[in-house]
Design a protein around this ligand. Structure first.
Ligand code: CP
Ligand code: NVA
Length: 306
């Protein structure tokens, strides 16, 4: 069987997503009822972090143990990765010893290169360009709360970053629309997002207009990891891109609010919104684990017979 990597959202088809979401729901149910499920017994996941993490680390590590497997945790600081060992060599060595690799790094080119030289599936745990595991959990969370996302509208308020790019890939693949509002100079680049056409998204200057009639409103930090030097300039540019109660009122009455977290209350989102009744951010964070367990099961075992 050819190795299946998960480097961008577009690496799975709509049909494969339908399967993974179904499995995520089934695996979550087992977890909630303390039912032992160890399909990945004796399998090992290597997690490589070149950037900080709370959710990604805990969800992959806890998730892998719950599936019966084990985990090796590496960072740039405590491995030869930080001492310029070539990515190709690291990939060849690490992938001879483990069954699956998750990487959080800077450029997408680094994870692509690692995958080219890996004998085992590689999962993107966030790059400057994409965060597919997060959108996997976000769409799963939407489905849990509201049913199919097909034909719905997602309002993106904020930076044209890794999350925005991945939402665009998901919209093109799963058949929904994204209303994008970013400050000027921070727009999404369609070529970097890797989408074929402009049909699945619409750009709005005014964030309030982007939220009008939306089924889901979502945002992210003004300054992503790796862009800290731009922090002061970004604070000025993004001042009007704060999701507030007025924006939520412009969305559909039953609209959900999501944020991948960590959040900065008073910057990209008002406390009243993220801690308010439309927010599903805690379900969203928890679902990282259930969705990624389903993803790991699929990448290693395919469509398991249940
Ligand atoms: N949302 C997310 O990826 O969180 P961490 O940076 O804590 O992993
Ligand atoms: N866009 C953010 C997401 C953090 C989970 C970043 O890349 O830092």
């Amino acid at each position: 069987m050819a190795i299946k990597h998960y480097l961008q959202f577009s690496d799975l088809t709509a049909d494969e997503y339908a399967w993974v979401f179904e499995r995520a729901a089934a695996i979550k149910k087992k977890f909630k009822s303390y039912e032992k499920y160890h399909p990945l017994a004796d399998r090992t996941l290597a997690m490589i972090f070149e950037k900080a993490s709370t959710r990604t680390r805990v969800s992959f590590e806890a998730g892998m143990y719950q599936l019966g497997g084990s985990v090796v945790h590496l960072t740039t600081g405590d491995s030869q990765l930080g001492r310029a060992e070539p990515i190709e060599d690291s990939a060849k060595v690490i992938s001879r010893m483990v069954d699956l690799v998750m990487i959080r790094t800077f450029g997408q080119d680094k994870i692509e290169l690692f995958a080219q030289h890996s004998r085992v599936p590689v999962i993107n745990g966030l790059t400057n360009e994409f965060h597919p595991c997060q959108i996997l959990a976000d769409v799963f969370t939407y489905i849990e709360h509201r049913g199919s996302i097909q034909g719905k509208t997602v309002a993106w308020v904020g930076d044209g970053n890794n999350m925005a790019n991945t939402w665009l890939q998901a919209a093109e693949l799963l058949g929904f629309k994204v209303h994008l509002s970013t400050p000027s100079g921070y727009e999404v680049d369609q070529a970097i997002a890797g989408i074929r056409s402009g049909e699945s998204y619409k750009v709005f200057k005014d964030p309030m207009q982007a939220c009008r009639g939306a089924d889901l409103v979502t945002t992210d930090v003004w300054t992503s990891m790796g862009y800290e030097a731009e922090n002061e300039a970004r604070k000025k540019a993004f001042a009007d891109w704060c999701v507030d109660t007025e924006m939520m009122r412009a969305a559909k009455p039953d609209a959900l609010f999501m944020h991948c977290l960590p959040a900065h209350r008073g910057e990209e989102v008002e406390a009243d919104v993220i801690d308010g009744p439309q927010s599903v951010v805690w379900d969203e964070a928890e679902n990282r684990m259930h969705a990624q367990k389903a993803l790991m099961e699929y990448l290693l075992l395919g469509r398991v017979k249940t």
